[in-house]
Design a protein around this ligand. Sequence first.
Ligand SMILES: [Zn+2]
Length: 489
Amino acid sequence: MKIKFCGAAQSVTGSRHVVEACGKNILLDCGMVQGGGRDNARKQNTNFLFEPKEIDFVIISHAHIDHVGMLPRLVKFGFRGQVFCTAATRELAEVMLLDSSHIQKQDAEFVGKKSGKKIEPLFDDIDVRKTMKLFSTFEYFQKFRITEGVWATFYDAGHVLGSSIVALDAKEEGEQKRLVYTGDLGRKYLPILNDPYQVDHADFLIIESTYAGHLHDSFSNVREELEYIVNDVVKRGGKIIIPGFSLERTQELVYVLHELYNAKKIPAIPIFVDSPLSSKISKIFDKYVDYYDNETYRAFLSKKQSPFNFKEIKYIESVEESKKLNHFEGSCIIISASGMCEAGRIQHHLKSHMTDPKNLILIVGFMAQGTRGRQIVEGARKIRIFGRLYPLRAEVVVMNAFSAHADKIELLEYVKNINDLEIIFIVHCEENECMIMRDNLHNILKFKGKAEVVDLGEEFDLSNEGLAARYGTRRKQYIEMMGKLKEKV
Ligand SMILES: [Zn+2]
């Protein structure tokens, strides 16, 4: 087995890792690089660091664009193999990719106009349609054969609906090895989702480490906080504006608000979900009730209720309806995209409502550097929207508890419970966070194997021979220490 890291190496987007096993190339995720400047992102998105035609299979861990977004481009440039994921991921990926295709088109037109050159979008709807024909789906725990000698199993990652931790079992020249890829690792106690499944054995682990140096607030405080916020804003006759990521965060918010309505803890003010993508995704959530956790079953399904449909909620589709919200009288909650306030209908809602101190902007997601959302979080007094500066007088509240990524302790706990680990590959984290993860593994977990902060394009030969060549005689010591690698956190 060999592995080459072609994305999310000391960065948090563009996950792409090529595993070579039994003579086949298996690509783990085919994500889009986002942020870091348009030119840089485009450069990385148009250069895969491998030949699309040489990839035999793709496995998609979940439907976030930074994990699936470049799949249509892979197809556009010659990939014709199968794509494996869960059924929910396939369906979510389709709407996410079509939405992304639309953004690619707009983006290419914008850059083309500015530069005076014709710019091709990264992919289009036709590429997405071709891509969707290549999917085969499998359920959690269903071990399936990829090729002679290589099997895969999905386990629930508890990150977004359908998200998977991927285990690859490969037998080559008498060596049986297990590689586990966390995808994005979720958290315990998130609404709707099951807790991340604990894999208990792996030789090699590729682990995301987005929040290796952070501790999140507990989700248990979210209900009380939201209850307080809604009651407070209604009392002063204001509106609540929430920039919401369309996949998962919006559904989680709706879920908690629905619970609060049911318990009569908040007044029955309308909730508008003003994002056609969020509406489509919520419909997919309604289809995949088998993926929900027991708590969701008890709270809603057992009463024949959908967490995402109730009297007070309205999903807004048309632009006309969306515009009408600007003149809505009285208190309401508006959840709209994009999550970082950079595009989409949220811009209109901010423009119309942020100048009034009665209103409240609720931040529930990560706001990357350089985004409008980040300016709001950092206390800017004026925000530029559609070329004009508007005063920000509304109250701003930031809730960190909604994060769908494991934090420092959760990451270390996860590793601690995996036996036989020889090498841990640290991915999906900013450089500093990656180093923190490596230090924590060695210093807190006392992990005696190798913890590698991988470089973009770096390759590892994971055969016994390859490992001996890379790590020399020290490898012997690692093998001896296997089984007693880990101590308590
Ligand atoms: Zn994700």
